[in-house]
Design a protein around this ligand. Structure first.
Ligand SMILES: Cc1ncc(COP(=O)(O)O)c(C=O)c1O
Ligand SMILES: N[C@@H](CCOP(=O)(O)O)C(=O)O
Length: 431
């Protein structure tokens, strides 16, 4: 499979090149040149396939022979060695829990898969030292740090917005040492992401080091995020119902992977992009006018993104046809107050504790189901509530049990390099 640049369709690269480069020239994203259709036999036998077999069938067309089957199976096995349960919350609302991995957020899937692929290419082709640059609004940083820790030939540099991530998220990305360095940026997530993209087109930097990205702009981070939509479908199928997924969205890599799974044949009737007050996509679907805005700080901080990188991939999936896209995607935006109220009510009525991101997903689904009561809805619980301890405990007025691994992370010492602007980042990378 080749990947083309969304800025220039004639610029085409292999999977390996797309992974190693991260971004196409001119800060553009790579996109697969074909959207493979999975055969109907695959869906017929889905119930009898393991999660690793399902993931292998789904990702194989995107990789072709660039990674041999045994190595790809091993990468998948290491990526998916935790559970992805669908849990019933209320009568027609389920949640897909994506927080059973090592850093308690859905990012573990993409981060581990990408670390496996990059590690494979570095070793196979003697690529020399690679520097992985990543911007985070909260969870990507911790997952990438964990996924790449100790991987030979790879250094990781994480940019995060100072004072705008939760305490646990910060400890997860600033305390591991070894090949992981955290840069604390005086700015917001969009500033961090802009600096990362700028570094890619800086020839002084590219002459000195091989850079790639571990944000979902990198195809090896983005594509595996489709795995758990198949795994959820396996658990929900057979009920002969229309299925909708509500995805709490920030940089739009997660929902875009689900929409790709649908294009490959996964029978999902509708997607809901649930936003906090950073509502560029909600506004777009209401007005057909795409207008990024400076991000605002919310209690679902990992979704505080003003200019989501992956939305352009969603537009490409629909060949930029607004009317087709708006039939398959709805979007709603919610305030912190509404989010708090949802966490409180659901806990009171069902004992289920949602994190602020999952709660935005729950609200989006609830809104959609008002006009579509015949649909079975699932919202993605994208992080464990313990990652937002202060907010959640204050809202439910109860203590949450802290897992032992989080206690150990909290006890570690934060180590960061402070960065105020792009010049500081450049100096750091050239050092
Ligand atoms: C807990 C959580 N929920 C939702 C999101 C938004 O996901 P995406 O950026 O793929 O839209 C993030 C960050 O990516 C996150 O960490
Ligand atoms: N919400 C993310 C922002 C970056 O998203 P990514 O999927 O493009 O890495 C975070 O938690 O950092």
């Amino acid at each position: 499979m080749k990947y083309y640049s969304l800025n220039d369709k004639s610029h085409r690269v292999s999977f390996e090149e797309a992974v190693i480069k991260g971004l196409a020239p001119g800060k553009a994203l790579y996109f697969p040149e074909e959207l493979p259709k999975l055969p109907s036999e695959f869906f017929d036998k889905l119930n009898n396939l393991s999660k690793e077999e399902i993931a292998f069938e789904a990702i194989k067309p995107f990789i072709g022979t660039e990674i041999d089957d045994d190595s790809l199976k091993k990468i998948i096995q290491e990526t998916l060695d935790f559970d992805f349960p669908v849990v019933n919350v209320t009568k027609n609302i389920n949640t897909l829990e994506l927080f059973h991995g090592p850093t308690l957020a859905f990012k573990d899937v993409g981060a581990r898969f990408m670390a496996g692929c990059l590690g494979y290419f570095v070793k196979k082709n003697n690529l020399g030292k690679i520097t992985v640059l990543v911007a985070t609004s909260g969870d990507t940083g911790g997952a990438v740090a964990n996924g790449f820790l100790g991987v030979d030939g790879i250094d990781v540099v994480i940019l995060y917005p100072k004072g705008k991530v939760s305490e646990i998220q910060e400890k997860q990305l600033t305390t591991l040492g070894q090949n992981i360095t955290a840069l604390e940026v005086d700015g917001n997530f969009d500033d961090c992401q802009d600096m990362v993209k700028k570094a890619f087109s800086d020839t002084e930097i590219s002459e000195k080091c091989q850079l790639t990205s571990a944000n979902s702009i990198n195809v090896a981070r983005w594509l595996p995020q489709m795995f758990y939509y198949f795994l959820a479908y396996k658990q929900l199928a057979g009920k002969d119902q229309k299925l909708a997924f509500s995805v709490p969205s920030g940089n739009f890599g997660n929902i875009c992977a689900g929409m790709l799974a649908k294009k490959m044949g996964l029978p999902i009737s509708h997607f809901i992009a649930a936003n906090n007050e950073n509502d560029v996509v909600t506004r777009y679907l209401n007005s057909e006018y795409y207008e990024p805005k400076e991000s605002v700080q919310t209690i679902s901080n990992a979704m505080d993104v003003g200019n989501p990188s992956n939305f352009v991939r969603i537009l490409e999936l629909f060949e930029h046809e607004f009317s087709n896209l708006s039939q398959e995607l709805s979007s709603f935006s919610f305030s912190d107050e509404e989010t708090r109220q949802a966490i409180k009510t659901v806990e009171k009525e069902t004992n289920y504790v949602m994190d602020p991101h999952g709660a935005v997903g729950y609200l989006g689904l609830q809104e959609y189901l008002k006009k579509n009561p015949d649909v079975v809805g699932t919202f993605l619980e994208t992080a464990h509530p313990v990652k937002f301890l202060e907010t959640v405990e204050e809202v439910i007025e109860k203590k949450i049990k802290i897992p032992q691994k989080i206690k150990e992370t909290m006890a570690r010492k934060k180590e960061v390099v402070e960065v105020s602007n792009y010049k500081d980042l450049k100096t750091f990378l050239l050092k």
